[in-house]
Design a protein around this ligand. Structure first.
Ligand code: PRX
Length: 646
């Protein structure tokens, strides 16, 4: 597909869209000319107990301080629930839950959601949870997950969701870092017909988490689990007799709403902290603009609430906008490879948002499973999490969307709170593989490695030069790390960690991470985390982990492992190490290739030359680049010779 392939906005789409090209331009100009005025207008999309008078107070230099709407008072759960009920939309469905088993589903109205959130919030208050306390959520994709998030918001507690696929160790370290006092979990999760032992994992994790005083357990599969007296209580027992209303806590705009741990290039995952008003405005703004959301529509984001995509585009964005949000417990290929399209027809989904990795794996199965279902309700398709290759983009457009539905390739990060670069369905011509243009109010730029700003068509490091309301505020408990990670590489700008190219039309093409973070099936993984899991194994002396191109996952995990003296490589040991990493971090960190490395390529000062390791993993061994600084060139020859073929 040539770079200049353009899919124009069809006139019939532009004429019905909330935002057409002209309005898009006007908004971009307005946000540029008078950011305060622009956001003063947009902030009214959420409900305030006291409207702010101060709009923006941000600095990307020195200590870095980011404040939006700072003297405003609100409660996020009121924007997501109460005001819809009060406006007469209580009977509208807030969440359509579709189970892993195709015969199980449920619809929860805004009124019902409000009741369930209030009851849980009262139960939490009864356990002593108060404003500012941290609450960990380790739940499967069941309605309780959304209820838990909003109940935390209601009482002013800061939620920290840990993806259900993470191991007990990963769960424990996240709970410890933010000293959560309450854990919300379920007996088991269900995915693709198999059960996930959440409560058992939680029990294991809690052995090293003295801060947790209470555990509320949702009964999901009905599987047998141990309950610890005085600590554990079943959800329905905790909530059943609670009052059905609950006074929302008055929160300052800049009070924390949630923490979400994400991988960086060094050390342990960091707790990305988002605050209340700016995040919620951003979630609502982007959900409406990017998906051209219209009242009454059914919207489906296939992410898990354990990731930021689930936070912003299953719960906060859609519910703030009064949408009907579909929450899917299962996986794309269970019980059949046509599950997505069967669900689209069953619930008449209008907007569908998924990840390139899912599209690629469905594409491999051909068109028939898609064409078997009508999909005529679909109007807009979205992609998120990693670069989408033009072939997958075209398949999504042609086969899934029947060339009727615009595709929004949305670029953003856990740190950004919501989408920053994306086409708008009725306004921006699409180019397959490009996230296209920044949203109104977003100021991206490209800089070279010395920080020089590049103009026009160029390729470089992607930075954002000014704040937007949804931006993360700090790393929980470690502001210095926040400043170091995001604001020290290129002074005065937020560094995304991504590389990008900008074409002559000003369109952005994200080329991927330029740091030691890899993107496996749209999930972010720090190579340092996998390395520390590997070296924790008694037979491993040293390990270096890099990303490698992978047809389905985008990137796979390629590990170079040096064994301790006296240990012999074997297939059995390879399997053992894969199982070890899965146990230490979780199945998402499963190594795709392990190469036995008698030595690792290092500079004379002992630094591992990852650039070379990446090339070998990618099988680009004739382009290793400058190897003159290597301490021992023979090491590289051995690695090239013995690379793991795929
Ligand atoms: O490298 C970019 C990639 O995913 C990273 C952010 O990962 P995470 O914080 O887990 O959030 C994922 C969901 C927003 C980015 O630094 N990424 C995300 N969306 C895209 C993307 N790369 C290319 N195109 C995208 N649309």
């Amino acid at each position: 597909m040539p770079d200049d392939a353009v899919i124009a906005v069809k006139p019939e789409i532009a004429s019905k869209a909330g935002i057409n090209a002209e309005r898009h331009r006007a908004m971009t100009e307005a946000a540029e000319r008078d950011p305060e005025g622009f956001w003063r207008g947009e902030m009214r999309r959420i409900a305030w107990m006291k409207e702010p008078t101060r709009i923006k107070n941000t600095s990307f230099t020195g200590d870095v301080s980011i404040k939006w709407f700072e003297d405003g008072v609100l409660n996020a759960s009121v924007s997501c629930l109460d005001r819809h009920v009060e406006a007469g939309n209580g009977d509208r469905v807030a969440i359509i839950w579709e189970g892993d088993d195709p015969n199980s589903d449920a619809k929860v109205t805004y009124r019902e959601m409000h009741r369930r959130v209030c009851q849980l919030a009262n139960a939490m208050r009864g356990m002593g949870v108060k404003k500012g306390d941290r609450v960990c959520i380790y739940l499967p994709m069941i309605v309780e997950a959304a209820v838990a998030m909003l109940a935390c918001a209601r009482v002013g507690a800061v939620h920290s969701i840990v993806f259900g696929g993470f191991s007990p160790d990963s769960l424990a370290s996240r709970i410890q870092d933010s000293e959560c006092s309450l854990l919300l979990t379920a007996d088991e999760g269900r995915r693709g017909g198999r059960s996930v032992p959440l409560k058992k994992n939680a029990d294991e994790a809690l052995k090293t988490c003295p801060s947790v005083k209470h555990v509320i357990v949702a009964r999901n599969t009905g599987g047998q689990v141990a309950m610890q007296d005085g600590r554990d209580v079943w959800w329905e027992e905790a909530c059943g007799s609670q009052p059905e209303t609950c006074e929302p806590e008055r929160m300052n705009a800049e009070d924390p709403l949630f923490i979400l741990y994400t991988s960086g290039s060094t050390g342990k995952p960091k707790g990305v902290l988002h605050t209340t008003a700016g995040y919620l405005v951003w979630a609502s703004y982007t959900h409406e603009l990017v998906f051209d959301y219209r009242p009454g529509e059914v919207y489906w984001c296939t992410a898990d609430v354990g990731w930021v995509t689930g936070h912003t585009y299953i719960v906060y964005g859609p519910l703030a906008n009064g949408a009907t949000s579909l929450m899917f417990e299962g996986v794309p290929n269970y019980p059949g490879i046509d599950r997505f399209w069967q669900v689209v027809d069953k619930h008449k989904v209008n907007i569908f948002y998924t990840a390139p990795t899912a599209i690629r794996s469905l594409m491999r199965e051909g068109e028939a499973p898609v064409k078997k279902h009508s999909r005529k309700s679909l109007r807009v398709l979205g992609s998120v999490g990693e670069p989408i290759n033009p072939e997958a983009w075209m398949w999504y457009y042609r086969v899934v969307g029947d060339e009727r539905c615009p595709i929004v390739d949305t670029w953003w990060q856990t740190e950004t709170g919501g989408i920053l670069i994306s086409p708008l369905p009725g306004a921006v011509p699409q180019k397959p593989g490009s996230a296209t243009l920044p949203l109104p109010g977003v100021k991206p730029a490209l800089v070279d490695n010395d920080g020089k700003v590049l103009e026009g068509a160029a390729e470089g490091n992607l930075v954002i030069t000014d704040s937007w309301p949804g931006q993360m505020r700090t790393v929980y408990g470690d502001h210095e790390r926040f400043v170091q990670t995001y604001f020290s590489s290129f002074k005065g700008t937020y560094f995304t960690g991504d590389g990008a190219r900008r074409d002559a039309d000003g369109y952005y093409w994200i080329t991927g991470r330029v740091d030691d973070v890899i993107n496996v099936s749209g999930h972010r993984m720090g190579t340092a985390e996998v390395e520390s899991a590997l070296v924790a194994h008694p037979k491993v002396a040293e390990a270096a982990v890099v990303g490698m191109p992978h047809d389905l996952k985008g990137q796979g995990i390629y590990c170079y492992v040096t064994l301790v003296a006296g240990e012999e490589p074997s297939d059995a040991l390879r399997k053992e190490l894969v199982a070890w990493v899965r146990k230490e971090i979780g199945p998402i960190a499963s190594p795709d290739a392990i190469q036995w490395a008698p030595g690792l390529p290092k500079t004379r000062s002992g630094k591992i030359m990852r650039r070379i390791l990446r090339k070998i993993a990618a099988n680009e061994t004739d382009a290793l680049g400058d190897t003159s600084t290597l301490a021992d060139p023979a090491v590289v020859e051995d690695l090239v010779e013995n690379r793991v073929a795929r």
